[in-house]
Design a protein around this ligand. Structure first.
Ligand code: GRF
Length: 196
């Protein structure tokens, strides 16, 4: 039986298809995700029916102030793990430091991200598009712990998919996202069960 000592928040800024898969998978495990934080009032995820509390905390000019607001909300739920699912703001070092893993052999943050490339290739924005434009034979995704760099944290899992000759960019992204939706919930399950 899974004890609910982990309080997990999801951060999303866009469509939230990964967020939805995570929430669905948690439900299958009888686990409740504490809340979803969104920083974008135009995000598609806000139009969807989500069975957990959603907090829209809009970006402010100062990242410090924004993160302070977010932290206040996370404290209410005693959040100790964060899954980034298309969250479009880089977290500060101070923020990340608040979520360090206490486990003796796992010195990384308790913040996990999914990135649409086989890192270290295509760090940053528009990774599928850049991979497609380069005619890569394979695309891929990486799930990693978050550190203070951009898509540089310790890797947890990678998955790759083959580009088909007839692929348009839309097909390519779709194939990548299907992979994301299959793999990200597995890592959520690992955190829920084993706390790393
Ligand atoms: C995904 O491709 C993810 O890899 C990247 O942002 C995208 C978010 O998509 N970090 P969605 O909002 O989960 O549909």
């Amino acid at each position: 039986m899974i004890s609910q000592t982990k309080n997990i928040a999801i951060f999303a800024s866009g469509n939230g298809s990964n967020a939805i898969e995570l929430i669905k998978h948690a439900k299958k495990l009888n686990f409740t995700i504490a809340c979803l934080i969104c920083d974008n009032p135009h995000a598609g995820i806000l139009k969807k029916e989500i069975p957990i509390p959603i907090h829209l905390i809009e970006k402010t000019k100062s990242k410090k102030e924004h993160e302070r607001e977010i932290l206040k909300t996370l404290e209410r739920y005693q959040v100790n793990w964060i899954f980034l699912a298309g969250y479009m703001r880089i977290l500060s070092e101070d923020f990340i430091a608040k979520f360090t893993h206490k486990h003796p052999t796992h010195a990384h943050s308790r913040i996990i991200n999914i990135h649409p490339s086989l890192l270290p290739k295509y760090q940053g924005l528009h990774a599928y598009e850049r991979s497609f434009a380069n005619n890569d034979q394979f695309g891929g995704i990486t799930i990693h712990y978050v550190d203070a760099g951009i898509d540089t944290g310790e890797m947890i899992l990678q998955g790759k998919f083959e580009r088909k000759n007839e692929d348009t960019i839309t097909d390519y992204i779709k194939r990548g996202q299907e992979l994301e939706h299959g793999l990200y919930p597995k890592i959520l399950e690992r955190v829920i069960k084993y706390d790393y």
